[in-house]
Design a protein around this ligand. Structure first.
Ligand SMILES: Nc1nc2c(ncn2[C@@H]2O[C@H](COP(=O)(O)OP(=O)(O)O)[C@@H](O)[C@H]2O)c(=O)[nH]1
Ligand SMILES: [Mg+2]
Length: 221
């Protein structure tokens, strides 16, 4: 008996992701896929990150949400180019949606392309968009057990941001537990503790990002 297994959906996605990566390589921009649960501070992080590079690196944003243009409205004030992608029922961005997003942007005018994925701790992690780096956020109010519970989000991340650390003094949150869980699944990615509200840790994050951008330029030459 011959059993046919169809894996075409993810394979088709990966083919589009490769094309996206090639387009973004040619434009010499760094594409950053930002993933986390809803409300963990992705947009707030970008609201502080983008102005910090003003006059130095040109930022653009593709932002994914099921509905509304609320995040795009927050970020369009800070960038020359922001596009909202509404996924409808979709719990993650796809490479095809990002390809459409790229069509809406002037890639030659971008140094840093931030892709704010749909808020979700499970779906986005398995889907290649053609990005160069993956950022996973965990916010303090979500609880210190989430790395162990949702390893697929944190395993492939190139950097992990523990956000809202200004709330550590009002919530029971064990940072040691997060580091311990990460030591079992991802020893490669640095863990940066930060607060978009107070600015704590922002320099470490901005430095990490600038470093990845510099590497990208070197490999593109
Ligand atoms: N206390 C505190 N609140 C934050 C911080 N970053 C974001 N928030 C709040 O968390 C909520 C969700 O933030 P948002 O950036 O929209 O999260 P997103 O859904 O991941 O994009 C908002 O009410 C923000 O003001 C932070 O560093 N500290
Ligand atoms: Mg958001």
């Amino acid at each position: 008996m011959k059993i046919t297994v169809i894996e075409s959906v993810l394979k088709a996605n990966d083919a589009v992701a490769r094309t996206n990566r090639r387009r973004m390589d040619e434009a010499k921009l760094l594409a950053v896929n930002i993933m986390s649960a809803p409300g963990s501070g992705k947009t707030a992080l970008l609201e502080k990150t983008i102005p910090a590079f003003d006059g130095h690196l040109r930022s653009a944003v593709l932002v994914g949400d099921l509905q509304t243009t609320r995040d795009a409205e927050r970020l369009a004030r800070l960038t020359a180019q922001t596009t909202q992608i509404n996924t409808g029922q979709g719990c993650h961005l796809s490479a095809a949606q990002v390809a459409q997003g790229l069509d809406s942007l002037d890639l030659a005018q971008i140094d840093l392309l931030f892709i704010e994925n749909v808020g979700n701790m499970v779906c986005p992690a398995g889907v290649d968009l053609g990005e160069h780096v993956r950022v996973a956020l965990l916010s303090v109010p979500e609880g210190d057990d989430k790395v162990a519970k949702y390893p697929t989000l944190f395993q492939p991340a190139d950097v992990i941001l523990l956000t809202k650390v200004d709330l550590l003094n009002v919530l029971d949150f064990d940072r040691g537990r997060v580091r311990d869980d990460l030591s079992r699944i991802n020893t490669r990615a640095p863990l940066i503790e930060l607060s978009a509200k107070t600015g704590q840790g922002m320099d470490d994050w901005l430095g990490w990002l600038a470093g990845r951008r510099a590497e990208r330029i070197e490999t593109a030459v």
